[in-house]
Ligand binder design. Structure first.
Ligand code: SAM
Length: 254
């Protein structure tokens, strides 16, 4: 299988240097982090998700047989019994904080405190700087924000919970409060492509049937189509749509 490892994960490898990966915890797993994990020289790994569907996808994405002590655990970090007493040399928090609202609403402020006893070596956080509330003037930023706001409005409308992303300075404050030292980090400019438009607007299309009012449903569909067309036109002009930042923070227990 040809694995495409993101620049963020490559940067984490660079930050990790000659340290051993040892026992590894993927605190909020998924397809991408599992694929990366398969390329690392770990002693054993545990990957956690609150979603049984995500556990299945992650398992499918892992291109090797699992070793005796590798495991995917379906559980919620709000449960104090989850991995109680277990520690890990390396912990990955990959787009996890932003997803918490879907599984443990209003609990983000306690997440690092909850993870702290499990970390003996290094913890790496990846996330996206929030872009939804911003209304930019330039056409690329404006478009990405329009898609994000439309997606979140649509999710709320049908009673689902959108993600809530947090900026890097919030993350640094939360880490310090929970007994971590943020030691290094970097921001990475994002270039959005076809996949972003397809996945975000696809998420909206998949939920159209949950909208009861027929006229509203028709209006939402035409807005989805308009945003798809606008996205295609932007991609023709720009090749990919540059806007906003992902970031990585490396942290160590104090
Ligand atoms: C956006 S996905 C992470 C992306 C993933 N690392 C990848 O490579 O695609 C967020 C993950 O965090 C998990 N998650 C969010 N809140 C959680 C919680 N309270 N307890 C356990 N897992 C949680 C979700 O179930 C999901 O597996």
């Amino acid at each position: 299988m040809d694995l495409k490892i993101s620049g963020l994960f490559k940067y984490i490898e660079h930050l990790h240097g000659n340290r051993s990966w040892g026992s590894f915890l993927d605190a909020g797993t998924g397809v991408k982090s599992m694929q990366w994990l398969s390329t690392l020289n770990t002693e054993r790994w545990t990957a956690v998700t609150a979603s049984p569907g995500m556990a299945e996808n992650a398992k499918q994405a892992y291109p090797k047989p699992l070793r005796a002590n590798d495991r995917i655990v379906v559980g919620n970090w709000v449960d104090p019994k989850l991995l109680a007493g277990e520690t890990f040399d390396t912990v990955l928090v990959d787009y996890f904080i932003g997803a918490i609202d879907g599984f443990a609403p209003y609990w983000q402020d306690l997440a690092f405190e909850r993870l702290r006893p499990h970390v003996t070596g290094r913890m790496y956080i990846t996330a996206v700087e929030p872009y939804v509330p911003v209304v930019e003037k330039d056409e690329c930023g404006r478009y990405i924000g329009d898609v994000g706001r439309f997606r979140d409005a649509m999710l709320l409308l049908v009673g689902h919970r959108p993600y809530r992303e947090y900026p890097s300075d919030w993350m640094a404050r939360a880490l310090k409060r929970a007994g971590f030292n943020p030691v290094e980090g970097r921001r990475f400019p994002i270039r959005y492509g076809e996949r972003f438009i397809h996945s975000q607007l696809g998420m909206c299309r998949d939920r159209l049937h949950l909208v009861q009012d027929e006229r509203l449903r028709a209006g939402l569909l035409s807005q989805i189509e308009a945003l798809e067309a606008q996205g295609r036109a932007l991609l023709e002009r720009h090749n990919s749509i540059p806007y906003g930042f992902d970031y990585v923070i490396a942290a160590e227990p104090v």
